[in-house]
Design a protein around this ligand. Structure first.
Ligand SMILES: CC(C)(COP(=O)(O)OP(=O)(O)OC[C@H]1O[C@@H](n2cnc3c(N)ncnc32)[C@H](O)[C@@H]1OP(=O)(O)O)[C@@H](O)C(=O)NCCC(=O)NCCS
Length: 180
């Protein structure tokens, strides 16, 4: 497991799946805002790779995020779009509603940076989020991500086109957060 200050990132466990399906992926508003594709309901036996992962897909590493004290599941963290030629990847996060606003998102971004830059030797990490997602923007900026631009009307979300903010962090600008 990769550990930060408050959260750890580990592999997806069987027990995580019904919780993530109910609280994140079957929530049409959350899923539509957080993912760049159309929402579809997930059946109880769904093998959707967002839920169960796909060991064959080298470009995507899905983690479950757990709180370090009790080991309780708090959400998902994903390094996706891993490009080993340009040495870049994207970060995605989704926390359970009850786990938001407690600093877990900021810490999960820190641990994903550690994974991307140290374990995977990447050079650039990128995040795309909606302009009103203050918690995601702050979680990224607290870890040194800078706003690089706005992708105008890039996301179709619940009946309207919305802009996306593009944030990036280069390995040489990353300052690992000290533990403790
Ligand atoms: C986005 C998300 C991962 C952020 O994680 P989080 O644990 O809630 O965020 P944190 O508690 O680390 O807060 C980060 C910062 O945002 C601020 N913040 C948190 N919730 C906020 C809110 N609802 N409105 C405004 N600011 C907020 C915090 O005060 C903190 O600011 P600070 O660094 O100045 O102290 C989480 O809220 C989430 O999963 N949301 C739903 C899914 C989603 O939007 N995923 C991202 C898609 S790109």
């Amino acid at each position: 497991m990769l550990s930060g200050d408050k959260v750890g990132l580990r592999a997806r466990h069987e027990d995580d799946i019904p919780i993530l399906r109910a609280e994140l992926y079957n929530d049409v508003v959350n899923a539509s805002r957080a993912e760049g594709g159309p929402w579809r309901p997930m059946a109880p036996d769904s093998k959707d790779p967002r839920l169960v992962g796909d060991d064959e897909d080298q470009a995507c590493v899905p983690f479950s995020v757990v709180e370090l004290d009790e080991g309780a599941l708090v959400g998902t963290a994903t390094l996706w779009g891993i490009d080993n030629h340009n040495r870049s990847a994207h970060i995605g996060l989704g926390l359970r509603p009850s786990a938001r606003g407690k600093g877990y998102g900021t810490d999960a971004v820190a641990v994903l940076c550690q994974y991307g830059f140290v374990v995977r030797g990447l050079h650039r990490l990128q995040i795309e989020t909606l302009p009103d997602n203050a918690a995601m923007l702050a979680s990224a900026e607290r870890n040194g991500f800078v706003r690089e631009g706005v992708l105008r009307s890039a996301a179709w979300v619940m009946g309207e086109f919305l802009d996306e903010v593009l944030l990036g962090l280069l390995a040489q600008d990353w300052k690992p957060t000290p533990k403790g």
